[in-house]
Design a binder for this molecule. Structure first.
Ligand code: SF4
Length: 332
């Protein structure tokens, strides 16, 4: 088995305020092998970004709490690192590309300075050498090096996202976390940026966690997919498992709500109801208030993982052996 760059075990994270506890992540397992891309898919509020911030050691202090679990990056537990170790981790081992390129760059510094800053911190180069490397990184993401002296407002949205990718890759991280990196871009630019990320990932042999709600992006860049709902991974598999043999009613619902290019007359089937309030999650399976297959047991117990094959698991009582046996008995 290839080396695991990321290995998350039973991670649970909550946000706290005077009044409420928000259960953002509720005991998830995730792993990424060297050079692989895992897609983390789900609606807004499913816990995807919280997972990424935990990996980076960027959860807001005093407002969040890791209740349990381990987050191993290259074999070391991020949750036990001191601030200095976390600083070394960020950039040297892990980088993150955020959703909104417009607000992620500093408007009063040139893009060259912003790339060089990261290189200087992590590679201890002189100002002039870091600037030379920054120009090279700009060229790598398809922007002429001589534009290093320009400011973010002089770049289009797609180019700003390229600059952010250059910053993220400037120190050849082993793991890249991309949080909806193309959401804020036009569709044609999205395709270019995704193509660029794929090429750079192969060139730098970087593993990637691609956070998205878009199965088109998953099909384009990912090797495996974890589907997240209300802070749980409810189904995981490779592309064939999820695109051709998905089992969980929520995963099915996500696919049913996509337009079907082969059958343009087919009606879209949205998932009824709303995502649950993480302050007050439903009992049992958190999807049960929206699920057409809900059984009594679903309201009482969160289903365990059921392995469908070596690469595919699901958490749903429909595939729980005892429930299956009972349903089969009822049918006889
Ligand atoms: Fe639906 Fe029950 Fe499966 Fe949850 S466990 S998805 S409620 S069938």
């Amino acid at each position: 088995m290839a080396e695991l760059i990321l290995d998350i075990k039973d991670l649970a994270v909550e946000y706290t305020s005077d009044k409420d506890i928000v259960k953002a992540v509720n005991g998830i397992d995730l792993s990424i092998e060297e050079g692989m891309t895992l897609g983390l898919v789900g609606e807004t509020g499913a816990g995807k970004t919280t997972t990424a911030l935990t990996i980076m050691g960027l959860l807001p202090e005093n407002q969040s709490r890791v209740r349990r679990g381990e987050v191993l990056v290259n074999g070391k537990n991020v949750l036990q690192m001191k601030e200095k170790e976390l600083e070394d981790l960020r950039g040297n081992l892990v980088s993150m590309i955020f959703q909104d390129p417009m607000s992620s760059l500093n408007p009063v510094k040139t893009v060259g300075e912003q790339i060089a800053e990261v290189i200087k911190i992590h590679e201890h180069l002189s100002d002039s050498d870091a600037l030379i490397r920054a120009r090279e990184m700009l060229e790598t993401v398809g922007i002429p090096g001589e534009r290093a002296g320009e400011y973010p407002h002089q770049f289009s949205g797609g180019m700003k996202q390229r600059v952010l990718i250059a910053i993220a890759l400037a120190c050849s991280p082993k793991l890249l976390l991309a949080d909806e990196p193309t959401t804020a871009l036009d569709v044609t630019i999205q395709a270019q940026v995704l193509e660029l990320m794929k090429g750079l990932k192969d060139k730098f042999k970087t593993s990637m966690l691609m956070i998205t709600h878009d199965f088109g992006i998953v099909a384009e860049v990912c090797d495996e997919v974890s589907v997240m709902y209300a802070g749980y991974i409810i189904e995981h598999g490779n592309l064939v498992d999820i695109f051709d043999n998905r089992r969980h009613p929520y995963t099915q619902g996500l696919f049913d709500s996509l337009p079907n290019i082969d059958d343009r007359k087919a009606k879209l089937k949205p998932i009824h109801g709303l995502t649950p309030d993480p302050v007050n999650l439903p009992s049992g399976c958190p999807f049960h208030p929206r699920c057409d297959y809900c059984m009594d047991v679903c309201k009482e117990m969160m289903p365990e993982k059921r392995q469908i094959n070596d690469t595919h698991y699901v958490r749903c009582h429909l595939y729980n052996e005892t429930t299956e046996n009972r349903l089969n008995r009822d049918e006889e």
